[in-house]
Design a protein around this ligand. Structure first.
Ligand SMILES: [Zn+2]
Length: 368
């Protein structure tokens, strides 16, 4: 890629136009892309402040905004790079490492005494052990407690262990209740991402009757797409991202890219055949390591969309394992990263997915 000018999300309409015909057709089936310009007229008295905050007055008087809608899932994002540089009333400053260390000695530092076991006992891995969540989301709700107190001290090996421990927990839940067929694995890292306990931990649930609605909705959307276009939704999704230059490093038979319709900042999507594949688990770990050490992410969410663990009535045969990673912003920031737009309209995103992908491909990864 060296020598070519860096691509920008604001050029997406022309980038799609210049794709090879089959990729361009897939992009047209999947995405609706609209570019627009926002304009304003600042008073003289504001000019110095605008220059200081945004670099130049021109950057503010004409702002290019790109709106991307996934036609299949009806998820969508509004990109405006200018928002990345806007001044924030952050209110607090946080020495994060010190704050994490200061929270040491918590119940998760000694899970045997500090946390309850599930009715089927605990699952132990090399780097983690499970507990039963005290206040449950669902009938089965466990916690994968990491040996590491500091959740940012992660490696591909450790993350792979956390995930395989969670999968074994799901199998134990299924043995205990044969109807608890639908697994969900999530990780809320630090308080910005919804984590109430600093000590490194992921969470796992198993639900009955049907999958959680957002996962079932994706299954139905992908299934309708396949029936209508005789083409696999996930194959096409990867094809379009990869063809545009949004691919990020992944191990064999795993597909990963920076999303064109991210739910929020720097969202990555990882697609693998099964969560049992170590290559998928290690890829997620390596990308999280890139998040922390290349992109400077500190608070993030991870979610695993997985088919049920036992036969069910609806058809999951074409549904892969889909993993979402998203940055939730600086723990020092008091302003929430989501508001009414994200809850009820579309996601407003400052990070450029082309830049995210470029950095993850070329960034200097420091050792954890
Ligand atoms: Zn701890």
């Amino acid at each position: 890629m060296s020598g070519t000018p860096e691509r920008r999300i604001t050029d997406l309409p022309s980038l799609i136009e210049s794709l090879p015909p089959e990729d361009r057709a897939a992009a047209g089936r999947l995405f609706d892309v609209v570019a627009t310009t926002g304009r304003l007229d600042p008073p003289e008295a504001m000019r110095a402040w605008i220059e200081k905050s945004f670099g130049s007055v021109d950057a503010v008087t004409e702002q290019r905004i790109v709106r991307v809608t996934n036609r299949v899932t009806l998820e969508g994002s509004l990109f405006n790079g200018l928002r990345a540089s806007r001044p924030l009333d952050t209110g607090v400053s946080v020495d994060l490492e010190r704050e994490i260390e200061a929270a040491g000695g918590d119940p998760f530092c000694r899970p045997e005494e500090g946390t309850p076991a599930d009715v089927f006992g605990r699952v132990r891995g090399e780097h983690s052990v499970t507990a039963s969540n005290v206040a449950k989301y669902d009938g089965f709700h466990g916690v994968v407690i990491f040996d590491d107190h500091n959740p940012l001290h992660l490696t591909p090996e450790k993350v792979s262990d956390y995930i395989s421990v969670a999968l074994e927990w799901c199998r134990r839940a299924l043995q205990t209740d044969p109807e608890a067929k639908y697994p969900f694995l999530m990780w809320n890292c630090l308080w910005r991402a919804g984590g109430s306990i600093i000590h490194g931990h992921a969470q796992v649930t198993a639900t009955r009757g049907a999958h959680y609605p957002k996962i079932e909705r994706l299954r139905r959307a992908a299934s309708s797409y396949g029936a209508k276009h005789s083409s696999d939704y996930f194959d096409d999704l990867h094809r379009v991202h990869h063809s545009l230059g949004l691919g990020v490093p992944a191990e064999d038979e795993v597909r990963a890219f920076a999303s064109l319709s991210p739910v929020k900042e720097k969202e990555l999507i990882v697609i693998g055949r099964s969560p049992e594949d170590e290559s998928l688990r290690r890829t997620v770990g390596a990308l999280l390591q890139g998040y922390v050490h290349i992109l400077g992410v500190q608070a993030f969410n991870v979610a695993f969309y997985m088919p049920p663990f036992a036969p069910v009535d609806e058809d999951w045969s074409e549904f892969p394992t889909v993993v979402h990673l998203v940055d939730r912003g600086s723990p020092a920031n008091r302003t929430s990263d989501i508001g009414a737009m994200e809850l009820y309209a579309a996601s407003v995103v400052a990070s450029d997915p082309f830049r995210v992908a470029n950095l993850l491909r070329n960034g200097p990864l420091k050792d954890a």
